[in-house]
Ligand binder design. Sequence first.
Ligand SMILES: C[S@@+](CC[C@H](N)C(=O)[O-])C[C@H]1O[C@@H](n2cnc3c(N)ncnc32)[C@H](O)[C@@H]1O
Length: 314
Amino acid sequence: MHNANNNPWDSFWQNAGSLGTFGKEQSTLGLPTALVDIWLNALSHVFPTKNAADVAILDIGTGNGVLPFLCVSKLGASNVSAIDQANISPLEQGFNAEITNVLKQIDFYPNTPAESLPFEDAKFSLAISNYAIEYSNMSASLKEVQRVLKDSGQFICITHAALAEVTEHSSAGIDVYKAMFKATNAINTMRDVAAQKNSAEALKPLFQALMTVKNECQTPHHLDWFEQYIQPIAHTCMLLKNGQYEQGAMLNHIAQIGNDAANGCERSKQQVAAARTEEELAMLIKESGLKLLGIDPVTADDKLQGYLVRAEKV
Ligand SMILES: C[S@@+](CC[C@H](N)C(=O)[O-])C[C@H]1O[C@@H](n2cnc3c(N)ncnc32)[C@H](O)[C@@H]1O
């Protein structure tokens, strides 16, 4: 078993290559079109009465800044602050000039927990969060949202939902991680071969063990995770078998596979823990002092993907 970094999101955002986490395989934006449309629609209800440039916006758990990017590039917002507990540095991620020029207009606050916001009272007209505030201690962070919003300021977030497809997918990821990395000891086996403490023959039982894990993967979600975890291992075993590697670089590479898998599993655990029911979200909003305006299911392909929560400071 490998230890995840203290904050598994630090390395995630340094290597993501996208502004957001969702659909990062599909585009640099890292937010599927369906979610972009839901956000633009939700925000259009806030902006029609105001010029977006005048609206002070706070994004909570921003990652590489996908929501602020939309606010600036699509809505003309020019007063956007964005916090994240992780050590984010969106401007240093080598995004193209068009994206970077937009990101330069956003005030990013790395290493900043939502539970303790570094802003004065009543600074913002709008607080937003895309699949992020629910990772924090929501009792504390929603009170902070309430504090930093102006009167009549709005809070809009999309959160993970209990029973949502993405939550099921992450639960499967945790199962497969445990089965693969506890049962097969894949990382240690590869490391011992690379360090020549063991011969390449040791890779054969490793592969047999991995195939046993594959047979236990009973759902498409489990198989999806198996593929994600197996690909770098299978590729590395091939290099080890052929002896085509430089030892130091190979040992680092194997350690990296272990770290990436451990961090991925830790993020999945946090995501499953962050998923809440509609009732729980309603209760948390009420306790924060905000007025709940609505909780709507977010769906795609008829499957629940989260909740869109809207609230107001009264
Ligand atoms: C699933 S990602 C979403 C990122 C981004 N909003 C997006 O849509 O891609 C969750 C984010 O919440 C951040 N986060 C977790 N706990 C937090 C906390 N207590 N305060 C602030 N940010 C937090 C993580 O670092 C991560 O960047």
